[in-house]
Design a protein around this ligand. Sequence first.
Ligand SMILES: *[C@@H]1O[C@H](CO)[C@@H](O)[C@H](O)[C@H]1NC(C)=O
Ligand SMILES: *[C@@H]1O[C@H](CO)[C@@H](O)[C@H](O)[C@H]1NC(C)=O
Ligand SMILES: *[C@@H]1O[C@H](CO)[C@@H](O)[C@H](O)[C@H]1NC(C)=O
Ligand SMILES: *[C@@H]1O[C@H](CO)[C@@H](O)[C@H](O)[C@H]1NC(C)=O
Ligand SMILES: *[C@@H]1O[C@H](CO)[C@@H](O)[C@H](O)[C@H]1NC(C)=O
Length: 604
Amino acid sequence: MLSLSVLISLTTSLVAATGLTDSSLKNYVNSLELDYSFNPVKEAYWTNLPHHRRTPFALSPDGSRAFLAYLDHSETDVHVQRVDPKTFAAVGSAVTVKGGKEAGGLVAHNDGFALLTNEALPSGTANAPAGNTPVPVLYRYTEGEQTFKTFLGGPGVHESDGLSASPDLNGDLVYSEKAGVYGAYFVVTDYSGWAEGHFGDSIQYVSTNGSLETLPESSAWGCSHNTGIAFEAADAAPFASICAEDQGDIWLNTNNRGMDLSGVKISNENTTNGAGGESMGGMSGSYSSLARFQGEDSYIFSWVSRGAIDLYENTWMGKGYVASYNRTNGRNVAIATFSDKQTMDGEQASSVVGAKVGDSQVKWLTTGTADCSNAHVATFDASNALVTWEQIDQPQCDNIAMGCQGEFSGSYFQLVNKGEKIGQPIRSIDTYVAGDMITMGDGRICWPYVNMTWRLDGTAGQYGSLPSSTTKQISFACMNLEGAANVSASAATSSSIVSTRIVASSEVRTKSATSALSLSVPSKAPASVSVLSSSTYILASTSSIKAVSSSFFPAVSVSSPATTFSTAIRASSTSYVAAKVALSGLPGATDDKDESCEIQYIYE
Ligand SMILES: *[C@@H]1O[C@H](CO)[C@@H](O)[C@H](O)[C@H]1NC(C)=O
Ligand SMILES: *[C@@H]1O[C@H](CO)[C@@H](O)[C@H](O)[C@H]1NC(C)=O
Ligand SMILES: *[C@@H]1O[C@H](CO)[C@@H](O)[C@H](O)[C@H]1NC(C)=O
Ligand SMILES: *[C@@H]1O[C@H](CO)[C@@H](O)[C@H](O)[C@H]1NC(C)=O
Ligand SMILES: *[C@@H]1O[C@H](CO)[C@@H](O)[C@H](O)[C@H]1NC(C)=O
């Protein structure tokens, strides 16, 4: 039996989230005045198309201090500004880390912060890389004072594997309180040793006293020419890691830290010239691509992809490895979930030579002809996540495996529960994501951006066609799950089926949704509803249900097209059950492929 408090909490949460609404998003425009000016645009590798220049953002464990890191507009010196997590205004003045060339990752502590940046070694340093090429470095500041500085590349670091530098610091910094170590995963280029002249990536761990740990979970060289890194803390090393390499794959490589078959293959990607479609944001990306569900061991990953067709053997890599062609012109948004840091839910991507389809296992959030970019994800709680991306509805994609250009059509924000879309995405034309998406103490997800006219229709930078700009103001936006659309509270007081409603998703056609209603909505206990394609239904969709009842409301996957969901509903149908089912190919629909809808049942 459920206790009274659990019942009350369930009743409240039966006002179940059915998707985000415009009122879920709140902007704090120009809330943060910077001490120094900042250039909000970074040119992409190869194409020079504009990306948001990343401003890492972090919140301390006690929720009292937020920090934002940004590169000085001169492109030397990284400033770290303390931010009030309630008002998003500045607290005190910025700490300047002199010589930093990129704000590459930030961890907030209750007494300060740690920053991942890259900088040239002091002149005269023996075995330094040529031409003052910057080397990755971790700084720790406590109450405004530097407490350590640890180089993560250059002389003295994994010398037997060759010395490395990081001219571009794509990567991320995370910290695990439980493990008591920082982890950094970043792109490197080696300037000595077997990989000299080649780009790859490296994972390094640093203890809280600043000593570089030479753990077996560290790596000197992992994925080749990696333009996409996702990294998230775990309770012990190795931390959860993903790379997008230049041979055609995205790997969950927590266990092997490389790009070999012992990793978990998330996706086939068409690649060229070192790029794989900027799957994790390309230049200035590689943050908030992988997020851990709050209080859980599970993770969610989001990326953009052109899909994969016509797999053929990658003879450079050898047997077992494939390369592919892209299915689409523009990129769509995909997600993958992991039950723990090394286990993906569902199947790995195909490695069958000759296969026509190389992306059948991918879970797409979008499937149109628009080009999607700048995908990021963060988690609200133990089961709900926010996935965001930017869109060009009419893209011009001149470069294989790179970004596209065209008129910016908006930023999108989609609620996802345990890997399933909830409702439709909301769109904003003047909210962007340009720094880490952080779960705040109150359960909101907040991130920094610059309020500006955002254009994707030309090239950026010194020789670009778009105007360049600098700013001294940062804005923040927050998404609130509690503000999401919900079923009416009055309906939740009657017995039997207290509320039944169909929530339109982007694939729904009104006509078939109506026929689905008459076909599938039972008057009392659920009747048998055929699930004609694979689907998942979730016996909880809000943070509060999950908070009291992760075991009481398990998520159940229905993988066989013939399965009916009624059996499982009955099995769990004690007191209160909120169920949500996504169906495709509904009975009575005119077109089995295209019709789908989501139905929410609430039982008392
Ligand atoms: C720093 O911490 C590590 C791990 O706890 C320990 O092995 C090492 O001896 C410490 N180094 C110093 C200089 O205290
Ligand atoms: C990527 O796809 C293009 C076609 O869009 C093709 O020409 C190219 O060979 C593919 N790359 C690989 C590595 O197969
Ligand atoms: C593959 O991608 C390239 C670059 O975006 C594009 O030109 C080409 O048309 C795409 N191929 C297909 C089959 O859409
Ligand atoms: C951003 O600034 C412009 C003026 O530059 C203003 O019109 C717009 O409303 C601002 N965006 C938001 C979300 O307030
Ligand atoms: C959700 O339900 C509550 C309680 O009935 C109501 O006050 C609130 O306005 C609803 N929110 C939305 C976005 O409809």
